[in-house]
Design a protein around this ligand. Structure first.
Ligand SMILES: [Zn+2]
Ligand SMILES: [Zn+2]
Length: 251
């Protein structure tokens, strides 16, 4: 199997032994996005990058990650110009605010003028995120590469030997398959990924069962097996996160 710049992170993720290779890729993409914007390269000083962070801001999850990363001056500079723009927007909102229509007259989401309600625009502001956008761009490429690589028998074998996926990324994998799965791989794909998911959900469920059983004093002396970190792996399987990761920090 020939490796290219696009295929290396995908095949590495499938060799990582992670409970979900897409979680593995997403974490790498997230760390690289944080490093890009706040790291030693100081991209936040480049006018085009600052224009993008001013426009998109950061979501609640990534505000925290930016804080944890630890480049205080970089974060402060980004927030300073983001907030300056936001303040202007907010002043316009306050000036043009229309009281919502009386209950029952219009849809609650629209004003009498037919425009979206103020809270809806503010909510979009809160949710939009420079880092989410950057990560999403990479995730799209990873899914695309996954489906391109499926024609390689060696890669299909890596998928078969992997631990399956988390539920969040599996849902997206099925969604993307509707667009990107080559016709020749339909039988293999659907015949493989469902048993792979089920067997690995079962495996993690059994680890959880044994972790619970270990709290019984009669099992205290028995070996842990693979149950010791079952809590974080179960959380990952269900939602697609690495809850035991330490904060990602500027070194
Ligand atoms: Zn995942
Ligand atoms: Zn975000």
């Amino acid at each position: 199997m020939k490796e290219y710049i696009d295929t290396i992170p995908v095949s590495e993720a499938f060799e990582s032994g992670d409970e979900c290779p897409f979680c593995f890729m997403e974490r790498a993409a997230e760390q690289s996005a944080i490093r890009y914007v706040a790291g030693p390269g100081a991209s936040y000083m480049e006018p085009n990058v600052r224009a993008a962070t001013d426009k998109d801001g950061f979501c609640v999850r990534h505000m925290k990650k930016l804080y944890d990363y630890g480049n205080t001056l970089g974060s402060v500079l980004m927030l300073q110009t983001y907030m300056a723009g936001l303040l202007q927007e907010f002043q316009a909102e306050a000036e043009n605010f229309e009281m919502p229509p009386k209950k029952g007259l219009f849809s609650a989401k629209k004003q009498a003028s037919g425009k979206d309600a103020c809270w809806k625009r503010l909510q979009q502001r809160v949710d939009s995120c420079f880092l989410c956008n950057k990560i999403e761009y990479n995730m799209r490429r990873f899914y695309h590469t996954f489906f391109v690589l499926l024609k390689e028998p060696e890669f299909r074998q890596k998928v078969e030997q992997s631990k399956g996926f988390c539920l969040r990324h599996f849902a997206r994998l099925l969604e993307t398959a509707e667009e990107e799965l080559p016709n020749g791989q339909r039988e293999w794909f659907y015949g493989t990924v469902f048993p792979l998911m089920e067997n690995n959900l079962l495996r993690v469920k059994e680890d959880l069962d044994w972790l619970v059983a270990k709290y019984d004093y009669r099992n205290a002396g028995k070996p842990w097996g693979t149950a010791q970190d079952a809590l974080q792996r179960a959380m990952q399987k269900l939602e697609g996160l690495h809850p035991a990761d330490p904060p990602y920090q500027d070194k």
